[in-house]
Design a protein around this ligand. Structure first.
Ligand code: FRU
Length: 530
């Protein structure tokens, strides 16, 4: 199918699903006969909206000791609708304080995804004396009429001079007009220092345009000029490109590279929404990809990590590039069986560039701050494993919120599959494993409880192993209705949600079809963040 036509169709479908007149009464996924709010699936230590609909993380910026998290939010329903920016702040990326909605739709349209930065030098002149303003740059989505496929997208700006507590829209909005391209959105802005090519530093914006990236530059955040395009023949094009991010990352070998993150919907490796990335260089004007055009690299092979980007203005002394994604998928995000609220974010992760035999790859690690959640811990002894071995039974208290680290020596393994099984007394289960024959990780949620709300939900999903060698490690974060697998030091990631009819408090290690050597590990009961 012609790519643009394909994108238009896909987008239309996604938008039509989301754009029924959305009042709580008519919202598509409300169970008419349900007294069950879905609160039993509320994650305990992940970020969730207090109520109603949430999708992409937006405007993530660190300022004056606080991490800001804004998010796509429809406060009047549990499905997608006229978008606002919900808002929360945290001092440690774990404990979040909900704040009032920061940005409301206005005459220019809904407030779609975008970014925020600290304008340290007050280049925008929107700050007050000695007080750099916080600037949010987002997409205005103007639904021209009732037909949701008829819309106009432009870029807008808002600013705050009180630590993000209140926001004013810039009077000259939009700051970038639509050049006649339908899908034209999700600006991510960063400061690019002066270099040998240009005497002055400037702002750079990366924008998703159809299934391409456009780059813009600006001296002051309000006047933008077009720089270049990337992506016509690069990576996957199975759907529309959304939510780009571009940043420098130093590889573990010391090499400095640029990483371009890019969400794509549909076209993910296991169906629906997913985030691909490119490793290359940016010279202030153009991004060039180091890898062959037809190579697609995926940040996460799970079904549930979309539209993720990284925090701006993390202090240089911190040196981290911190990422957060929407832990859902447009295939079924609006139908999951939670009703008073919908969707969670992934755990915050740091991104790293690691050298592998195949080349430089982006690895993700859970942020260290999460370790404050650990309470009871149990060490896993070295042993030969065959069949199932319960480990949760050793905890003082059963818990659906756990962190688990386990290392296998696979050099002499005879098993076909090894891994971790979460289950309940109803016989429902989620299996997180590694298949030694196919040499791939997998997560199987076919028998994980409620799955029939969407035909795209159930399934066994796979991911190539990027890590190498005889020692295979799995690091899991389990939170009531989600599991995030960090395989081999975060070189293979799989994030998936699930909805069991009774909590998964039974955890077992397994080796199927033979034996495997366990080197050791740890299991921690995690406490609620409150
Ligand atoms: C990605 C996305 C963005 C858009 C926003 C609308 O999930 O489609 O491209 O700005 O969601 O809510």
């Amino acid at each position: 199918m012609n790519t643009l036509l394909h994108i238009a169709t896909v987008r239309l479908l996604a938008l039509v699903i989301g754009c029924q007149p959305t009042t709580p009464e008519t919202a598509k996924a409300v169970k008419a006969d349900s007294t069950d709010s879905g609160e039993q699936y509320r994650l305990v230590y992940h970020f969730t909206p207090p109520q109603q609909w949430m999708n992409d993380p937006n405007g993530m910026v660190f300022y004056d000791g606080e991490y800001h998290l804004f998010y796509q939010h429809y406060p009047d329903s549990n499905v997608w609708g006229p978008m606002h920016w919900g808002h929360a702040v945290s001092e440690d990326l774990v404990h979040w304080e909900h704040l009032p909605i920061a940005l409301y739709p206005d005459s220019l349209g809904y407030i779609f995804s975008g970014s925020a930065i600290v304008d340290h030098n007050n280049t925008s002149s929107l700050g007050t004396d000695g007080n750099p303003p916080l600037i949010a740059i987002f997409t205005y989505h103007d639904p021209a009429d009732e037909n949701e496929d008829n819309y106009l997208q432009t870029q807008g700006l808002a600013y705050s001079n009180d630590r993000g507590r209140t926001w004013a829209k810039y009077e000259g909005n939009p700051v970038i007009e639509n050049p006649g391209i339908k899908d034209f959105r999700d600006p991510k802005v960063f400061w690019y220092e002066a270099d040998q090519n240009r005497a002055a530093g400037r702002w750079v914006m990366v924008l998703a345009v159809d299934d391409r990236i456009h780059l813009y530059e600006s001296p002051n955040l309000t006047e933008w000029s077009y720089l270049s395009e990337f992506g016509e023949n690069s990576g996957s094009h199975g759907g529309v490109w959304e939510c780009p991010d571009l940043f420098r990352l130093t590889a573990d070998s010391g090499e400095q590279k640029w990483v371009l993150l890019l969400s794509i919907n549909p076209g993910g490796p296991n169906g629906g929404s997913a985030t691909q990335y490119f490793v290359g260089d940016f010279d202030g004007t153009t991004f060039t990809n180091d890898n062959p055009d037809d190579m697609s690299l995926w940040l996460d092979y799970g079904k549930d990590n979309y539209a993720g980007v990284t925090w701006s203005d993390i202090p240089e002394s911190d040196e981290r590039r911190i990422f957060l994604g929407w832990m859902s998928n447009w295939q079924y995000g609006q139908e999951v069986p939670t009703y008073t609220w919908r969707s969670a974010m992934t755990v915050p992760r740091t991104l790293h560039l690691v050298k592998t035999e195949a080349g430089l790859r982006v690895a993700s690690q859970p942020v260290d701050e999460l370790y404050v959640l650990r309470k009871d811990s149990i060490a896993l002894e070295a042993t030969t494993l065959q069949g199932n071995r319960s480990i949760s039974s050793q905890l003082t208290q059963p818990s659906p919120t756990l962190e688990l680290k386990v290392e296998f020596d696979i050099s002499e393994a005879t098993a076909r599959e090894i891994g971790v099984k979460l289950s309940n007394s109803l016989g429902e289960e989620v299996i997180i494993g590694y298949n030694l024959v196919d040499q791939e990780y997998f997560v199987d949620r076919t028998n994980a409880g409620e799955t029939d709300f969407s035909e795209d939900f159930s399934g066994r999903f796979t991911a190539d192993r990027v890590g190498e060698g005889d020692i295979l490690s799995m690091h899991l974060f389990i939170d009531v209705a989600s599991v995030e697998l960090f395989g081999d030091d975060g070189t293979t990631i799989m994030s998936n949600i699930f909805f069991p009819n009774e909590e998964f408090t039974q955890v077992a290690l397994f080796a199927k079809g033979g034996k495997v050597q366990i080197i050791g590990g740890e299991i921690y009961n995690l406490k609620a963040k409150v």
